[in-house]
Ligand binder design. Structure first.
Ligand SMILES: Cc1cc2nc3c(=O)[nH]c(=O)nc-3n(C[C@H](O)[C@H](O)[C@H](O)COP(=O)(O)O)c2cc1C
Length: 195
């Protein structure tokens, strides 16, 4: 099974990176074939809202998304990880998410309205960290994740959300969180959704 990890933080080796590393290690334990996208290494424009994808399902903007689109579609499971930046995800990741509008348009062309809530291309998960204490800081990004995966024809299966995590590597002081991430990846591939 192909499992794609999307690393959404600009900080290499940071908290969300470490959690996603563990999740992918768990997926590998269950036999996954891994792929990784580090959004910080890519040049991805924001969506231009030009309508170019409405007729074809293909984006007209030539940039690093050209390589990302097929990988989003080939993966049967996607695990996306990100820090909270101003109660959302970092701009680099948001650009990738916004550009999935082309896949949303393609799905609208392929499926009838009664099929829109049927997901035929796998599952998606979301792991997020933030420095402050309230769980509500994740609310907007959870909705973003749900509809990102909707565009990819994948069902959103939830994820892991850790507050009060700020300094680089602080998540290492939370071995239970790292174990939960490992289990998320392992179960995502093993088909066991009892998180
Ligand atoms: C630009 C910026 C904005 C941030 N905004 C928030 C925020 O709105 N809420 C919050 O709890 N933490 C916020 N943080 C803190 C990060 O979410 C936190 O340090 C996180 O652990 C970083 O994860 P990473 O190491 O994976 O990048 C912000 C940090 C930066 C640099």
């Amino acid at each position: 099974m192909k499992v794609l990890g999307i690393y959404g933080s600009p900080r290499p080796g940071g908290n969300s990176d470490l959690l996603l590393d563990r999740a992918l290690a768990g997926a590998a334990e269950s036999g996954a074939d891994l792929d990784r996208i580090y959004v910080r290494d890519l040049k991805i424009s924001g969506c231009l809202e030009c309508g170019g994808c409405d007729e074809t399902g293909a984006c007209v903007v030539p940039d690093d998304m050209d390589d990302v689109y097929p990988r989003l579609q080939e993966a049967e499971v996607i695990i996306m990880a990100a820090p909270m930046f101003f109660y959302g995800v970092p701009a680099q990741l948001k650009a990738l998410v916004d550009r999935s509008q082309a896949l949303w348009a393609g799905r609208r062309l392929e499926k009838t309205p009664d099929q829109w809530k049927i997901y035929d291309h796998g599952q998606g998960y979301f792991i997020a960290v933030g420095a402050t204490k309230g769980q509500t800081m994740f609310d907007g990004s959870k909705m973003m994740a749900k509809y990102f995966y909707d565009a990819l024809d994948k069902s959103y299966e939830g994820g892991l959300f850790y507050a009060r995590i700020e300094k680089k590597g602080t998540i290492r002081d939370h071995p239970q969180a790292l174990q939960e991430a490992y289990e998320l990846g392992r179960k995502a591939v093993a088909g066991d959704k009892s998180q």
